[in-house]
Design a protein around this ligand. Structure first.
Ligand SMILES: [Zn+2]
Length: 348
């Protein structure tokens, strides 16, 4: 639907117009990983098909949108010396497929990118449990089962509707979190997979839900992937400055060991993109110069560097929708839409 609207806007010259009007604004693309498991496709904006990532990057390379490293782009945004319509590529979390599938594409095209890496699952080797659990519950053939939690007791699981599944996800997630060790959590998670009748292979062994290993992270950094901060435990740090400070320190301890040549860890991405403007003081004290959100939009020269806007690309985003963001047309349309109700309310 949106794709059709964008095609019309493009055909009418709207993209070219928007590109001119927004030429000084920085565009920031956001990705996570790619989906390599056969069958059920999980996570529209979390995992995109590998071919889609390749096509997007190849298109960018051929396009009139110059791709810059994050640090250089932000410095030049502040001094208004960016090339027109400049783009930065960011990749969140540090999924294993970022290393196995995305990095080789970026390398072959010579495109710079920044990966915001959360490190608890780099150090503790296991699938990222809350994400893998969501996947298992979404594709479960068994819509009702009972799981006996060693801590929380018997839990009746109902996956018969989306709302019920959301409740089951938070109840099971909380019950797994109560277990004393990661081994306990993994054993019980396997039991939930069995009860839901979801096989754990090939995705478990192939690392669909794993982050990079420490060695892979180090290799990615050595090969030129810019590694930056994303908290250690991927915790929502909004309004929790104490937690944010500790999360940054723990995250930095792992990343600084993995990063080649003591590369500077001066950029941050809010976990799940949840913004907290009060975090600025903590970020500044930790020597962090920018923070990325999941708020959609372009970044004009006046942008608050602790509230960078991005565009989260996804499987459901068509090629014209992707270009609509880069051209600035979708941003201009969003702003125009936001003005409409105000005019409508005006009397007479
Ligand atoms: Zn994240």
């Amino acid at each position: 639907m949106k794709e059709i609207l964008f095609r019309l806007v493009k055909a009418a010259g709207g993209f070219a117009l928007a590109r001119g009007r927004t030429q000084r604004d920085l565009r920031i693309l956001a990705y996570h990983g790619v989906w390599t498991t056969p069958g059920f496709q999980y996570g529209d904006r979390l995992f995109i098909p590998p071919q889609q990532f390749e096509q997007r990057m190849a298109w960018l390379k051929r396009s009139r949108y110059p791709v810059l490293p994050l640090g250089e782009a932000l410095a030049r945004l502040a001094t208004q010396t960016l090339p027109d319509n400049a783009v930065v590529i960011t990749i969140d979390d540090g999924w294993r497929s970022t290393y196995t599938h995305m990095l080789p594409v970026l390398e072959s095209l010579g495109l710079p990118a920044t990966a915001y890496v959360t490190t608890w699952y780099v150090v503790n080797r296991a699938p990222v449990l809350n994400v893998a659990l969501n996947y298992v519950l979404q594709r479960a053939p068994n819509k009702r089962f009972e799981w006996e939690s060693p801590v929380a007791g018997r839990l009746a699981v109902d996956l018969s509707s989306e709302a019920a599944r959301e409740r089951a996800l938070s109840a099971l997630g909380a019950a797994l979190d109560q277990l004393p060790s990661l081994d306990d959590r993994l054993r019980e998670f396997r039991e939930i997979c069995r009860l839901a009748a979801v096989p754990t292979e090939p995705w478990w062994s192939e690392g669909q839900f794993h982050l990079m290993t420490f060695a892979e992270l180090r290799d990615a950094s050595a090969r030129g992937l810019d590694i930056q901060l994303h908290t250690h435990r991927h915790r929502n740090v909004a309004n929790q400055n104490f937690v944010l400070g500790r999360e940054l320190a723990d995250n930095r301890a792992v990343l600084s060991e993995a990063c080649a040549g003591g590369a500077e860890l001066g950029h941050f991405c809010y976990p799940s993109g949840i913004v907290d403007r009060r975090a600025a003081a903590v970020l500044a004290a930790a020597g962090i110069r920018s923070a990325a959100t999941c708020e959609i939009g372009l970044n004009p020269p006046s942008t608050d560097p602790y509230a960078l806007r991005r565009f989260l690309d996804g499987r459901s985003v068509g090629p014209t929708g992707f270009e609509a963001y880069l051209s600035g047309a979708s941003d201009m349309l969003d702003k125009a839409r936001a003005l409409l109700p105000r005019f409508a309310r005006r009397p007479g």
